[in-house]
Design a protein around this ligand. Structure first.
Ligand SMILES: *[C@@H]1O[C@H](CO)[C@@H](O)[C@H](O)[C@H]1NC(C)=O
Ligand SMILES: *[C@@H]1O[C@H](CO)[C@@H](O)[C@H](O)[C@H]1NC(C)=O
Ligand SMILES: *[C@@H]1O[C@H](CO)[C@@H](O)[C@H](O)[C@H]1NC(C)=O
Ligand SMILES: *[C@@H]1O[C@H](CO)[C@@H](O)[C@H](O)[C@H]1NC(C)=O
Length: 386
């Protein structure tokens, strides 16, 4: 009993020194090749992992109702969070050319979720001038990252440059430093075997134009804060003030997924030339196409209330007395059946699901013409005015 308590105390001290955050796991809801937020013609639908409320639906039609109300369960630790969070999926490419999905494992200090993600809602901190946040509204959605990117083309002085990263766990623990700028972090896939597996990390933009719940590219209604370091070792993701074009400060959503790559740490399975064998499901062998999507779905004002409570932003869900906790059994029981009829995991596949051949870049990936895979995308949802 002593060891976990000490570790937990250590985590709290360490995390709260860095930032005030709501932090909780959401186990896997479904993995399938559905892609509501693709810009049609730009990227081919590819396999995604989705966590959160079970009202996830490709139509994302607001006429279906409020997903916080029509979900009957959620895979998140807090019962009030029926949001959907999704990212692409990692595959391992065997030296014989076949692909197998990399399984996920629970993150540190999250209990025993069936894989999935760890979600953070982080408060702004000084020297940002405006320390109050406005929680998202019903119908809000956004994407971060570019699925067809095969190099990091962001300005090195912009917050976007480190918005998606990997941490190569060396087997000794969660690793040093703020996620994205720690010594074990990289924007591309780690170039060598990681003893403890790989944690993928995503920061969403935290400034909103205050008007549009979405935009045609699912990005331009939100922005990162102006660059400016908040502390010596910290990431510029945390600082500082929102630009005039996007003045409303949102909570900073950060998410992590832990991929059990250590089961493939066998040099006889790796390519003979030692090249990196991990790929994202959209045919990305570089890691630069790393992206994630969010659809807000908290019940009522529950997120705003949680963020106003110092106990909730202590990083330990059990301290948060304004929300309702679910145990591991409850979150793992909430699942959705995939609607796309294809095998995506559990065995080696000749090619990645859909029409997603590997494209290494560095120029952006292009969409395969005449794709004969089952179509799983729809016309991009229109932006909605408040
Ligand atoms: C998605 O929602 C539509 C209504 O907009 C409904 O007809 C369809 O059955 C739903 N699909 C799933 C998989 O829930
Ligand atoms: C590659 O090896 C795996 C594991 O042994 C096997 O399942 C798969 O069929 C092989 N693929 C090819 C193309 O030989
Ligand atoms: C991006 O990360 C690198 C470390 O990997 C760091 O040196 C740099 O300052 C970061 N840039 C921004 C804008 O956060
Ligand atoms: C401070 O942030 C709040 C919440 O995002 C916003 O409503 C308000 O307009 C901001 N105030 C200033 C002075 O920027």
């Amino acid at each position: 009993m002593l060891l976990p308590l000490i570790l937990t105390a250590g985590l709290t001290a360490c995390v709260s020194a860095q930032f005030q955050t709501l932090r909780f796991p959401c186990s896997q809801l479904v993995t399938e090749r559905l892609d509501p937020l693709v810009t049609p013609g730009l990227v081919s639908p590819h396999l995604h992992q989705i966590v959160g409320g079970n009202a996830f639906n490709i139509t994302m039609d607001p006429a279906r109702g409020n997903i916080a109300e029509i979900s009957t369960c959620t895979t998140c630790r807090f019962k009030e969070d029926k949001s959907n969070y999704w990212t692409m999926v990692m595959y391992f490419k065997h030296r014989n050319g076949s692909f197998i999905r990399v399984p996920q494992i629970a993150n540190d200090f999250t209990g025993a979720p069936n894989g999935g993600m760890t979600i953070y809602y982080i408060r702004p901190r000084a020297p940002s001038k405006n320390l109050s946040v406005t929680a998202f509204r019903e119908g809000f959605r956004m994407r971060v990252g570019a699925p067809n990117a095969r190099s990091n083309t962001y300005d090195t002085r912009s917050g976007a440059v480190n918005q998606t990263t990997f941490r190569c766990w060396d087997g000794t623990g969660i690793g040093p430093g703020t996620p994205s700028v720690g010594a074990l972090d990289s924007v591309q896939f780690p170039a060598h075997q990681c003893k403890g597996g790989i944690r993928s990390q995503v920061y969403f933009p935290q400034c909103w134009d205050g008007v549009n719940l979405d935009s045609p590219d699912h990005e331009s209604h939100v922005a990162h804060p102006s660059v400016g370091k908040v502390d010596g070792g910290g990431s510029w993701m945390f600082g500082t003030d929102c630009p005039d074009s996007h003045p409303v400060r949102l909570p900073l959503i950060f998410m992590e997924t832990v991929w059990d790559t250590k089961i493939f740490n066998d040099k006889d399975l790796w390519p003979a030339d030692g090249s990196q064998p991990l790929v994202w499901s959209m045919g990305d062998p570089t890691g630069f196409g790393h992206h994630a999507d969010y659809v807000f779905g908290w019940e009522g004002d529950s997120l705003q209330r949680a963020l106003a409570s110092d106990r909730c932003v202590s990083s330990l869900p059990e301290n948060c007395d304004v929300l309702t906790l679910q145990n591991d059994k409850e979150i793992n029981q909430c699942t959705q059946a995939p609607v796309v009829p294809e095998v995506t995991e559990g065995r080696y596949l000749e090619k990645l699901p859909g029409c997603n051949p590997l494209q290494a870049g560095p120029e952006p990936a292009t969409t395969v013409a005449n794709c004969d895979a089952v179509s799983t995308t729809i016309v991009s949802p229109k932006p909605t005015l408040v």
